[in-house]
Ligand binder design. Structure first.
Ligand SMILES: Nc1ncnc2c1ncn2[C@@H]1O[C@H](COP(=O)(O)OP(=O)(O)OP(=O)(O)O)[C@@H](O)[C@H]1O
Ligand SMILES: [Mg+2]
Length: 256
């Protein structure tokens, strides 16, 4: 590779790793007679870490699915970077509570799903970053829940997405593994600077990770709480605890 091509591909890699802005304008979505989102407007800044909290059934997953292009809104517009629907799904990856690994493919092959070219060294080094290089040739079934989620995260990040949507990805993990995964997530986000939207029921997690915490209620955004604390944020910090309590008590007042 010439120096010029190398520089160009580095620039491309850097550009790819910078998060996209997401602009949601007046989004409405109903399932039959049930109006789930009602004219929701929200802009997520490039490279921002946004957390969404809200009661079960308030439309959090629906919103993520719309942003990912897995479903379409009834009205309103969604723009990711400079692209408007229906092309918004390029550069957008999603992670779920269930790691969704293919059981008939080994860990390394799972990480490489969808990757092109000489992906193996890249996948191996990505697995090394999450402490799983020695498990590359094993089947997903022998991994723990946290390890499976690390593989799912590695797979999602292989293509340097501009946007990572996280739908309660840590919900099924034990408390300690969950904390470790939060730290890992923050580390990779700081490194790659994609735009992250994390849906979580855990307000402590939202406050620990997010630049802003958004409360979704009755189909709309009813609270946006910025969190300016430096990272990594210390566990048990009194000020963060105060923010958490404020969001939690507001959440308890909400309707589904
Ligand atoms: N494909 C669908 N068909 C019919 N109704 C749906 C569909 N998807 C979601 N809904 C309904 O829309 C509402 C919002 O669902 P959604 O999954 O977005 O909630 P959520 O906030 O993610 O909830 P949870 O916190 O429990 O995951 C629910 O009442 C749900 O039943
Ligand atoms: Mg959901």
């Amino acid at each position: 590779m010439s120096a010029q091509t190398e520089a160009a591909s580095t620039v491309q890699e850097l550009t790819q790793s910078i998060g996209a802005e997401i602009r949601l304008s007046d989004i409405s979505k109903a399932f039959g007679a049930q109006k789930v989102l009602k004219g929701l407007t929200l802009t997520v800044r490039p490279g921002e870490f946004l957390a969404i909290v809200g009661r079960s059934g308030c439309g959090k997953s629906t919103l993520l699915r719309l942003i990912a292009g897995l479903d379409s809104q009834d009205s309103g517009t969604i723009a990711v970077g400079r692209l408007e629907n229906p092309f918004s799904s390029s550069g957008v990856r999603m992670m779920f509570q269930d790691p969704r690994l293919l059981p008939w493919k080994r860990v390394l092959e799972n990480v490489g799903i969808g990757a092109r070219g000489n992906w193996e060294p890249k996948a191996l080094s990505a697995l090394e970053d999450v402490g799983l290089a020695t498990r590359a040739q094993e089947w997903p079934s022998v991994l723990s829940g946290g390890q499976k989620q690390r593989v799912a995260l590695t797979r999602a990040l292989m293509s340097h997405p501009q946007v990572l949507l996280l739908d309660e990805p840590l919900g099924a993990l034990d408390a300690l593994t969950r904390l470790e995964m939060q730290q890992l997530l923050e580390r990779v986000w700081l490194r790659q600077r994609f735009t992250a939207i994390l849906v979580t029921h855990d307000v402590t997690e939202a406050v620990m990770l997010a630049d802003r915490v958004v409360l979704l209620e009755e189909g709309n955004v009813t609270l946006i709480h910025p969190i300016h604390h430096v990272r990594p944020r210390p566990l048990g910090d009194a000020e963060l605890g105060g923010i958490e309590a404020r969001i939690l008590s507001r959440l308890l007042e909400t309707k589904g």
